[in-house]
Design a protein around this ligand. Structure first.
Ligand SMILES: [Zn+2]
Length: 260
C-alpha cells in the first residue's frame, strides 16, 4: 500500500476516533438525565398511589389511626373523664366551665345536666324522688366550704370530707351531690340506705354517673364514702367502672391519692 494511502487511512481513523470522542463527550450529559430519574420515579409512584383507591385508603390511614388512638382524656379540665383529686388540682385555679346549665336548681356542664335530668326523670318514673343538693362550685366557694368544715369538725375530718380550693371536682361542673326529696340522711353515709341512695347506686351508671368515692376506697380517692356524690364520666366509662367495681383512679391507671 502506498505510504500516501496509509497516511490517508490513518487520518481517516483518527478523524473517526475524534468524531466518536466528540459524540461521546456530547452525549455525556445523559447520566445527569438518568440521575434525575429517581425523582420522576417517585413522582410516578405518588401519582400511581393517588389514583389507586386502595393506596388512597391506606395512605392516609396512619393519621386518623394516630388521632383516634389516645383513650379517654384524664387531664384536661374540659374532658368529662378528667381526674381531679388530692394529687391532681385543676391546672387553672380560676377555671369555670363554659357550658354550665341548670339541673334541677344546681349548675352542671350541659352534657352532665342533660344526663342528670334524664336520670331524675327515670328515677321519678320508678317512684324515687331525687334532689340535686349541690353542683358546680367555684374555687372560692370551695375554699369557704373547706374552711367551714375545718372550723366545725377539725382539720382531719375536714380533709376527709371536703377538698381544698382548686382540688374539688365540683369545680369541673361534672359532680353533683344528690339527696332524697325528704332530706333524709342528707350528705351522710346512711344516704346509701335510703330509696334515692339505693336507686342511684344501682342505676346512676346507666346515665353516665359513678359513685365517685365508694365505700372502702379512701386510701385511693382520698375521701370517705360519699354515696351522694355522683360524678359524670359518660355512659361508657361509667359502665366499665360499675362492672369492674373500681375507682376512677384505678380505671385511669393513676396512683392512689390519699392525701395532698
Ligand atoms: Zn360532692
Amino acid at each position: 500500500m502506498p505510504r500516501q494511502h496509509v497516511n490517508t487511512h490513518i487520518a481517516m481513523i483518527v478523524c473517526v476516533c475524534l468524531c466518536l470522542l466528540a459524540y461521546l463527550s456530547w452525549s455525556a450529559p445523559e447520566p445527569d438525565i438518568n440521575a434525575s430519574a429517581p425523582a420522576s420515579d417517585s413522582e410516578r409512584t405518588t401519582s400511581a398511589a393517588a389514583s389507586d383507591p386502595d393506596a388512597e385508603t391506606s395512605a392516609p390511614a396512619p393519621a386518623p389511626a394516630t388521632a383516634s388512638a389516645p383513650g379517654p382524656d384524664f387531664d384536661s379540665p374540659q374532658s368529662v373523664t378528667v381526674v381531679v383529686n388530692k394529687h391532681r388540682p385543676l391546672t387553672d385555679r380560676a377555671y369555670v366551665p363554659g357550658d354550665l346549665a341548670d339541673a334541677s336548681g344546681v349548675q352542671l356542664r350541659a352534657e352532665a345536666a342533660a344526663a342528670y335530668l334524664q336520670m331524675s326523670a327515670d328515677a321519678a318514673a320508678a317512684g324515687i324522688g331525687l334532689t340535686a343538693v349541690s353542683g358546680f362550685r367555684a374555687a372560692d366557694a370551695q375554699g369557704l366550704l373547706h374552711d367551714s368544715y375545718t372550723q366545725n369538725y377539725g382539720v382531719s375530718t375536714a380533709e376527709a370530707i371536703s377538698a381544698r380550693a382548686g382540688f374539688s371536682e365540683h369545680q369541673t361542673g361534672l359532680a353533683v351531690d344528690i339527696g332524697n326529696n325528704d332530706g333524709a340522711c342528707s350528705l351522710q353515709s346512711c344516704f346509701a340506705t335510703t330509696p334515692a341512695g339505693a336507686w342511684a347506686a344501682a342505676n346512676a351508671h346507666r346515665f353516665g354517673f359513678i359513685i365517685r368515692y365508694p365505700n372502702g376506697a379512701e386510701h385511693i380517692t382520698g375521701f370517705t364514702y360519699e354515696p351522694w356524690h355522683l360524678r359524670y364520666v359518660g355512659p361508657d366509662v361509667a359502665q366499665k367502672l360499675f362492672d369492674a367495681g373500681i375507682t376512677l383512679e384505678e380505671h385511669a391507671g393513676l396512683p392512689p391519692a390519699p392525701g395532698y
